[in-house]
Design a protein around this ligand. Structure first.
Ligand SMILES: *Cc1c(COP(=O)(O)O)cnc(C)c1O
Length: 454
């Protein structure tokens, strides 16, 4: 097929849309290590997990055997509002780079929350509603997850309480107001509404807050509020499961035009968009049907895959959540402030970690200034203003396309463009003013944080 026959955007019809999520764990011979109860150090049970998460989600979390899990009709209906997301052939970028490579990107920013997080938020809100819960709590750092969950909760008439890291609450009033418009209660964290928040405020009255502290406040509130559960927007296997919609749509769209991906690239914070994008393609690799290269891209300031250890660690700084075996920098590691807030997580999904350990994907780290240069280049030719997180994938896609230019290979490169950059204009301002800097932690800093691994 000649290249021009491939449209700029490949869409799917309603009939072609996936009707079930794909659970890549079912295809893995060596499964990801189980979550452990922090008190007993034994694998967590369904009953234990169900005290924090709603039951259906706890079941999904523990299920590493069922390959396809049907998507309930109300979620399919909600997905119709903004899915399928287009798979775009980056003709303009290819031309600007002068590369023979064919570049495709799957854009998840076409909804008000502005990122892929809505794919899991709507599922988590749905199961909470089904269970008869009245409310759910969560934390948000940069604000994308809190926004997505607020939208999902308002759709199902659930109350949503978001603990937003205080500095974001003050620096990102637009995000805060989107959440409030959808009916969420937004509390800057640390707050005096929880024991843990009051203790932190007493010790550090001027603190700007942290994600770890906001998680602890959200969990405490969920446990103390009748008919309430906690939700998390990344890292967990259930979130990767919901995000598999990205990979399934991509696989289906590529098949329509008989395109076989040679390289698949995604940014990795907690690993949910990457895990979702690659799940069906990893299964093809595991079955020996494909040998495509998969690349996870992380910030050099928070390099859990490229410089972390594969060990059991706490998922949160407050050490209240279960222990997960993952590539981690240590739950005490506080990444330097970065403009890709969604990638500032000390660990990595257990599923992505295990796939990485088995050699099914590779990882690369990139620095902030080069990421924003790639973002600007992309925005100027492809039109879409990318989120800083997503731009990590753009950077490596451009690098790979330029390698093809040297070798003359027309490889098919697919990357995940997870969100829009509209809410990140302060970061773009720093970049445009030439004030952005790079931070790469020293080995000593990483060793100090790793020394406290449980
Ligand atoms: C949250 C977020 C990410 C990182 O989260 P993952 O769980 O690693 O996918 C990436 N991009 C955007 C736009 C985000 O909001």
């Amino acid at each position: 097929m000649s290249t021009q026959e491939i449209p700029y955007k490949i869409f799917l019809t309603e009939d072609e849309m996936p009707k079930a999520w794909f659970n890549v764990r079912a295809e893995m011979k060596q499964k990801p290590a189980p979550l452990l109860n922090p008190a007993t150090r034994q694998p967590v049970t369904l009953d234990e997990l169900s005290q924090v998460f709603c039951r259906e989600l706890a079941m999904q979390e523990l299920d590493d055997a069922t390959p396809f899990i049907p998507i309930p009709q109300p979620i399919l209906d909600f997905y119709k509002m903004y899915r399928p997301s287009p798979l775009t052939r980056a003709y303009f970028l290819e031309k600007a780079l002068g590369t023979p490579a064919h570049i495709y990107y799957k854009f998840e920013g076409n909804n008000t929350s502005g990122s892929h997080k809505l794919n899991s938020a709507i599922a988590q809100a749905y199961y909470a509603k089904q269970q008869g819960l009245a409310s759910i709590t969560t934390e948000t750092g940069a604000g994308q997850w809190g926004t997505a969950l607020s939208m999902a909760c308002s759709f199902f008439g659930l109350k949503c309480h978001v603990f937003m890291v205080k500095c974001s609450y003050e620096q990102k009033p637009q995000r805060r107001e989107v959440m409030r418009t959808y009916g969420a209660q937004v509390t800057p964290s640390p707050s005096n509404t929880t024991d843990v928040g009051r203790a932190i405020l007493a010790a550090h009255p001027d603190t700007n807050g942290s994600l770890g502290c906001a998680i602890s406040e959200a969990v405490e509130t969920a446990i103390k509020t009748p008919n309430c559960r906690y939700t998390l927007g990344s890292v967990l296997a259930q979130v990767l499961l919901h995000q598999s919609i990205i990979g399934l749509e991509t696989q289906q769209a590529l098949k329509k035009y008989n395109i076989k991906p040679d390289i698949i690239i995604g940014c990795a914070g907690g690993g949910s968009n990457l895990g979702g994008l690659i799940s069906p393609f990893v299964a093809e690799k595991l079955r020996g049907e494909s040998d495509c290269k998969i690349i996870a891209v992380e910030p050099a300031s928070c390099p859990s895959l490229t410089r972390g250890r594969y060990a059991y660690d706490f998922c949160d700084t407050g050490r209240v959540c279960p222990l997960a075996k993952m590539y981690t920098l240590g739950c005490d590691y506080i990444p330097s402030p970065s403009h890709a807030g969604g990638l500032r997580y000390h660990g990595m999904s257990s599923v992505v970690s295990e796939l990485y350990d088995q050699g099914l994907l590779e990882a690369r780290s990139v620095t902030q200034v080069e990421v924003f240069a790639a973002a600007r280049q992309f925005a100027r030719v492809e039109g879409t203003l990318p989120a800083p997180e997503s731009s990590h994938a753009i950077k490596v896609a451009i690098d790979e396309a330029l390698k093809c230019k040297e070798t003359g290979e027309a490889k098919n490169i697919v990357f995940g463009l997870t969100g829009t950059g509209y809410f990140d204009m302060y970061a773009y301002q720093r970049f445009n003013d030439g004030e952005m800097t790079d931070y790469i932690p020293t080995d000593e800093e990483l060793e100090a944080a790793a020394a406290n691994l449980p």
